[in-house]
Design a protein around this ligand. Structure first.
Ligand SMILES: [Zn+2]
Length: 475
């Protein structure tokens, strides 16, 4: 879909210093829908686990004369679900045509991609307008260097969500993507396989031609590509070099973009309604039925968590980014003080998951294990620091029961004053240099000494108490 953004055909000679250097960012988000079979045939969508060109038939490889089957109904339902969750207005009772969008790459044997007219328009998310959502088929996989094509992916149902060019910073784009991905996760409407989301990011400096960076497959990638484009555009303008309406490729390893081609226009695609596929008509009854199935969405869940569990909005935000994580919090928060659980979920748990690039789903953690772990912290049987060690042990499959692991490794217990004192005395005695540095006003030296004490207690001491004791004794 073409972004409705006012373009100037060529460089206008404006300088970046003229004060008119506001960034204009719009996104096109493509996500594979949760479906058992492809959009216009009944081949399996499980394209990753099969040999190349295994999940194919005459339809998805466009043999001469092969006709499409009826449009996959679960795909239609999922698009409607997503459109409703984004607050879009659906087209009711009017024909939504499937169009042929012509292009000539080997990944679609037909020479065109089937793509629907918009199902819905005019939604909003985090203050960013949703221009439209529509349904389309995924092309196959084309390995340019080897000249190989695999049609397993060809025909997988995709939703394309197009935003208005309302964003002005790369961070805003990343936040928008995190939020939309949370919504899609709650709706259970898209594939949960990695790599099922691809983003085209449109960037321009207001009043100048726009570049479209194609097929970025991570949020971090979108952020990096947009940051790169921002500097590139400003540099070009500053040096009076021409900018073009163009399509660019993101090189993830280098964190940069390179030009692919001048951007196609709507005319190049020669859209026309596919005569082989009858138009889709959404009835009010169908839409109402789908609306009734909508779950509680992230925004509503956050508000409820803040209100009923008395946790901080930023804690609720982090916890509700993944539905299973939010569900787990709710189970844990019924048995453990919710504020303690929320702090742990937002801090330690998300840190350890992010570090391993794991979602909560993939971590295989259960609410029961987290309750067992946090009971130890809540009952002052272990320190928070040890709590983190126990979580790491579970994540790394070294422990299935945090309590048993803590017992076996002597981690139970919080060191009291009488246990700490001899350790602190010894650490001060054998580290004269950092002690001297601290007395000379170097705050870092105290952290260093506290670190040694914590290590010697195997994390069983309260860090604040250790620091206080060190300070008192040194002075
Ligand atoms: Zn097929």
């Amino acid at each position: 879909m073409e972004q409705k953004q006012v373009e100037k055909p060529a460089h206008s000679g404006q300088s970046a210093q003229s004060g008119q250097s506001e960034s204009v960012i719009g996104l096109e988000v493509h996500v594979q829908l949760d479906a058992q079979s492809k959009l216009f045939c009944r081949c399996s969508t499980d394209y990753r686990n099969n040999a190349p060109n295994h999940n194919v038939c005459v339809t998805c490889t466009s043999h001469p004369g092969a006709k499409p089957w009826g449009v996959n109904e679960s795909a239609i339902k999922n698009v409607v679900k997503i459109a409703l969750a984004l607050g879009c207005k659906l087209k009711v009772g009017e024909p939504i045509f499937i169009q042929r969008k012509h292009y000539f790459y080997p990944d679609l044997a037909s020479g065109y991609q089937r793509t629907s007219k918009p199902f819905a328009t005019g939604g909003e998310l985090l203050g960013v307008g949703i221009t439209e959502v529509h349904l389309e088929e995924d092309p196959g996989n084309y390995e340019l260097k080897k000249g190989l094509v695999d049609f397993n992916r060809s025909g997988i149902p995709l939703i394309e969500i197009v935003t208005d060019p309302d964003m002005t910073t790369p961070s805003q784009a990343r936040e928008f993507l995190e939020e939309i991905s949370a919504i899609l996760d709650y709706l259970n409407a898209v594939s949960s396989e990695p790599g099922s989301m691809r983003v085209d990011a449109n960037f321009s400096i207001r009043g100048h031609p726009r570049a479209e960076v194609k097929n970025i497959n991570s949020f971090k990638g979108v952020y990096t590509a947009l940051t790169f484009e921002h500097s590139r555009h400003l540099n070009m303008i500053k040096n009076n070099l021409p900018l073009f309406l163009e399509t660019r490729h993101f090189d993830e390893a280098k964190g940069s973009t390179i030009t692919l081609r001048r951007k196609e226009t709507v005319d190049d695609y020669r859209y026309f309604p596919d005569p082989d596929v009858p138009p889709i008509v959404l009835t009010k009854e169908f839409i109402d039925a789908v609306r009734k199935e909508l779950p509680e969405l992230p925004r509503e869940k956050r508000e409820r968590f803040v209100k009923s569990y008395k946790i901080l909005p930023e804690e609720a935000f982090a916890i509700c980014l993944e539905k299973l994580l939010a569900d787990a919090f709710e189970k844990v928060g019924k048995k453990i003080k919710p504020q303690l659980a929320a702090g742990f979920f937002r801090g330690v748990l998300r840190k350890q998951l992010n570090y391993r690039t794991l979602s909560f789903r993939d971590s295989q953690l259960t609410p029961d294990v987290l309750v067992e772990l946090l009971s130890l912290v809540e009952g002052n049987q272990v320190t928070e620091k040890v709590g983190e060690q126990l979580l790491i042990a579970v994540l790394e499959k070294k422990a299935s029961s945090p309590k048993k692991f803590a017992q076996e490794h002597g981690l139970i217990g919080v060191a009291d004053k009488s246990e700490l004192e001899p350790i602190v005395d010894k650490v001060i005695a054998v580290n004269p240099k950092p002690v001297k540095d601290f007395l000379a006003g170097e705050g870092k030296a105290l952290h260093f000494l506290a670190g040694i004490v914590m290590k010697q207690t195997h994390g069983k001491a309260d860090p604040a108490q250790v620091q206080a004791m060190l300070k008192k004794k040194i002075k």
